[in-house]
Design a protein around this ligand. Structure first.
Ligand code: AMP
Length: 508
């Protein structure tokens, strides 16, 4: 496709005075100013010893400088490796030992704890605080700006993003320059982004959604963004009259629905609301449409593949589905065990192939090989189906599938029934060990304020709606479901919490 991603996204615009972003701390930043900052940061990385292909690992709060560091690393020929700001020193040690970066950037407050870890892994540590200050910024101010973009081929690696790793070791997904560029271009086209667009950017920038989907799309479209350090419903409401688009995780939308100011008028300037990274409840979609007149556009992707499918820009955006394959992306559903292809409406493993699909897991060739079919399709680990109209539906992660008494139960099917009960806000259905059935089903349920459901009334209401083996053996009421920063329900935590529920000792 092309060479260095930097040239395709920012290099072609680096003399333009048009606005790239506004930010509370950095103020108004033009394309030219941002590119100049990238050039200096890239110069600092080179002076710190960065060689092409070296990893630059970064655990820093969201800031314009942190965003510029991503593009500076790519421009200098390095591999950008962002790390969740919530990771503890022990977790950071695993990532640095595994990735062996030559440079590590962290918050100054963590320098004392993390510098020795980074040194042991062979990395030099620089600092960057939320206001964009630190030894990295000092080095950039003193550095000779990079004169030329490092020459890279499209298949060279531009970034490594570690998967969240809820089971087993977290794996480094290697994304090439072409993987990222092809996806950005495809999303610009599918979502009709132009240089008139203003995106509200309130997502974290250590994850594919905020780092690649949001940022790369804006750059590829020559658009601009209102850059916000974190999700704050009031700030989003304030930004909407100046903005045209929002990309969010489902929790953005459920929280915004609680805002009294959300209305047709307050969203009148907006043309598009995108949701992804976790399932959007059909109820949220409907409620949003009633309140604002906008149908949220839901899309589906993952760290390893960038974005795979999207509901249509023109045409029906169907609640509870993730739409059609993006241009150039092939999606199919197959038997998880044998790989035999399934037909319409049959639930199985979702597999994808296309220019968006990653180059493999960092230093794990066997794991990589086992996740691909012979014909190049990536086995996503998500279970789903394609309906008669071609819309893709996700029913959950393969590892969340419950097998009880030898029967397969897709948690989503049970969750949808429970969520539809009056008084229920949301639910999460999962399995834990059961001495007789292998796994026993538990439903964690969050009620609406004032609702008076009991365990028995929930189970009874499922009578006649779901086969007996699909009905939960236990219903646990919770104030909220455990979610990670991307809004995903952490079923692994629920399984841990309720692990002994059906063991004989617990029955006493
Ligand atoms: P991550 O790699 O952190 O982006 O997580 C990717 C996973 O998030 C996918 O494999 C899906 O399980 C889930 N996911 C992303 N988007 C959606 C969506 N729109 N609906 C349901 N699940 C989603």
């Amino acid at each position: 496709m092309a060479g260095n991603l930097y040239d395709a996204l920012l290099g072609r615009l680096d003399r333009e005075d048009r606005l790239l972003l506004t930010d509370e701390t950095a103020g108004s930043v033009s394309y030219r100013a941002f590119a100049d900052q990238c050039a200096r940061l890239a110069g600092a990385l080179l002076e710190a010893g960065l060689q092409p292909g070296d990893r630059v690992a970064v655990q820093a709060e969201k800031s314009v400088t942190a965003l510029a560091l991503y593009l500076a690393t790519v421009r200098a020929g390095g591999i950008y490796l962002p790390l969740n700001i919530a990771y503890t020193p022990a977790e950071i040690e695993y990532f640095l030992t595994d990735a062996e970066p030559s440079i590590f950037v962290c918050d100054p407050s963590k320098f004392a704890a993390l510098e020795p870890i980074a040194r042991a892994a062979g990395a030099k540590t620089l600092t960057l605080d939320p206001a964009g200050k630190g030894t990295l910024t000092d080095a950039a101010a003193a550095a000779e700006p990079i004169a030329q973009t490092s020459s890279r081929s499209g298949s060279d690696i531009a970034a490594i993003l570690y998967t969240s790793g809820t089971t087993g070791r977290s794996k480094g997904a290697m994304l090439s320059h072409d993987n990222l560029l092809s996806n950005a271009l495809s999303l610009v086209e599918s979502w009709r982004f132009t240089d008139k667009d203003v995106l509200i950017h309130a997502l974290p920038i250590f994850h594919t959604h905020g780092l690649f989907v949001a940022t790369n799309v804006v750059l590829a479209a020559r658009a601009s963004m209102i850059f916000q350090p974190k999700f704050d419903p009031n700030k989003i409401m304030e930004a909407m009259p100046q903005a045209t688009t929002l990309m969010g995780v489902p929790t953005f939308y459920t929280r915004l629905l609680q805002h009294p100011g959300l209305s047709r008028e307050s969203t009148a300037h907006m043309r598009l609301f995108v949701s992804g990274s976790a399932p959007l409840l059909a109820e949220t979609h409907i409620e949003w449409q009633e309140r604002t007149g906008h149908a949220i556009l839901e899309r589906y992707g993952m760290t390893e593949t960038n974005m795979n499918t999207s509901n249509p820009y023109d045409g029906r955006r169907v609640a509870g589905t993730v739409g059609f394959p993006l241009p150039g992306v092939e999606v199919r559903v197959a038997d998880p065990e044998t790989g035999a292809l399934f037909g319409t409406e049959e639930i199985g493993m979702i597999e994808v192939r296309g220019p968006n699909v990653f180059q493999g897991y960092w230093r794990m060739p066997e794991k990589t090989a086992s996740e691909f079919r012979k014909d190049g399709f990536f086995i996503t680990g998500d279970l789903g189906k394609i309906d008669a109209d071609g819309y893709v539906h996700i029913v959950g992660r393969g590892k969340d599938l419950i097998i009880t008494g030898g029967y397969n139960v897709y948690p989503k099917e049970v969750e949808m029934e429970i969520d539809a009960m009056p008084g229920v806000n949301e639910s999460a259905v999962f399995g834990v060990r059961h001495p007789d059935f292998g796994e026993g089903i538990i439903a964690a349920v969050v009620l609406k304020p004032g609702a008076e459901l009991t365990e028995q009334s929930v189970i009874k209401a499922l009578d006649g709606r779901l086969a007996g083996y699909k009905r939960p053996k236990k219903v646990a009421f919770m104030a909220e479901l455990p979610r990670n920063t991307m809004g995903k329900v952490q079923k692994n935590l629920l399984r841990d919490q309720f692990a002994g529920t059906f063991e004989p000792a617990a029955a006493k």
